[in-house]
Design a protein around this ligand. Structure first.
Ligand SMILES: [Mg+2]
Length: 301
């Protein structure tokens, strides 16, 4: 479908979009609302579900060979860079470590969890089919299932890192009470976990460990040389809850790190990129839906 046609169709169906889009945005992870699925008759539901804001992105993650190819490509790049990073004691991926003397510290790789090593698209699919939006309680129930599959390529890379004696840290904005289930899920997917050291650093696990991951990278950098960062969100690399122009400037400023010290995994479904679309005053679903359409660039003068 041509983009112009799609925009017209989106505008025409704005009223339909608004209900399922309510609170579906600016979240750290996907969610669902089983109750709403039960209450809405099948005949009324069908057109709304097809207009869910994350339908295309979720379909891409779940069905596109291109998605797996992109994540495998990213992790293959990480595997190729790793030996170079290990051989160079002056190499660090963390801006928090620059200027420190880290040359004698043991090496570590630091990865995000959701949409970086674990694929939560089944939960997103449930959300769409329920006509729902992110719900922390339902998200917690999904995490407790511990059934998220590994992102393609993650296991191979992490097995290599582990075999080379590199510590593997998972820095996640899953809340601390979800850590045990997260550990079970990572184990079930064959992803390396140190039995002695807590290598899952959750949000809120210690005082000062908020959504911004800087303090957790700093804690790791005290004892390890961070050779690679892997994530699906700019904030997995550097603080980037910033307006779009500033994020674009930061991407350029660090351009020689991408595919080198910093490995980005594609996630079109959610993330801080979406929050950057909105103004502070955009706090209703209607305003946010309008802002999404306004953010499209059709290059008309
Ligand atoms: Mg993530």
């Amino acid at each position: 479908m041509r983009v112009g046609t799609r925009v017209v169709r989106l505008l025409a169906s704005l009223a339909l979009v608004l209900a399922p889009a309510a609170c579906a945005t600016s979240r750290e992870g996907p969610g669902t609302d089983a109750a709403s699925r039960a209450e809405v008759p099948e005949t009324e539901r069908a057109p709304d579900l097809a207009e869910h804001p994350t339908l295309f992105a979720t379909l891409w993650q779940q069905t596109a060979a291109e998605y797996s190819a992109a994540t495998m490509q990213a992790y293959d790049e990480a595997s190729e860079v790793l030996p170079l990073a290990l051989a160079d004691s002056g190499w660090t991926a963390a801006v928090e470590q620059e200027g420190d003397d880290f040359s004698t510290l043991p090496p570590a790789v630091v990865l995000d969890v959701d949409e970086t090593v674990l694929d939560n698209s089944p939960q997103q699919a449930r959300t769409i089919l329920a006509g729902g939006s992110f719900d922390p309680e339902v998200w917690g129930a999904w995490v407790a299932e511990a059934r998220a599959p590994a992102v393609p390529g993650a296991r191979e890379f992490l097995t290599l890192a582990d075999s080379l004696g590199v510590a593997v840290f998972y820095v996640t904005n899953r809340d601390q009470p979800l850590e045990e289930a997260t550990r079970r899920n990572l184990e079930a997917e064959g992803l390396p976990l140190d039995p002695e050291v807590d290598t899952i650093l959750s949000r809120g696990e210690r005082e000062g460990w908020g959504s911004d991951k800087t303090s957790r990278r700093e804690a790791i950098a005290e004892r390890y040389r961070i050779v690679l960062l892997v994530g699906d969100d700019f904030n997995d690399f550097i603080s980037a809850r910033l307006p779009r122009e500033e994020r674009d400037r930061l991407v350029e400023r660090y351009r020689d790190r991408w595919g080198d010290r910093w490995i980005m995994i594609p996630n079109p479904t959610y993330g801080s990129w979406e929050g950057a679309l909105y103004e502070e005053a955009d706090d209703t679903p209607e305003e946010r839906a309008r802002r999404r359409l306004e953010s499209l660039d059709d290059m008309r003068p």
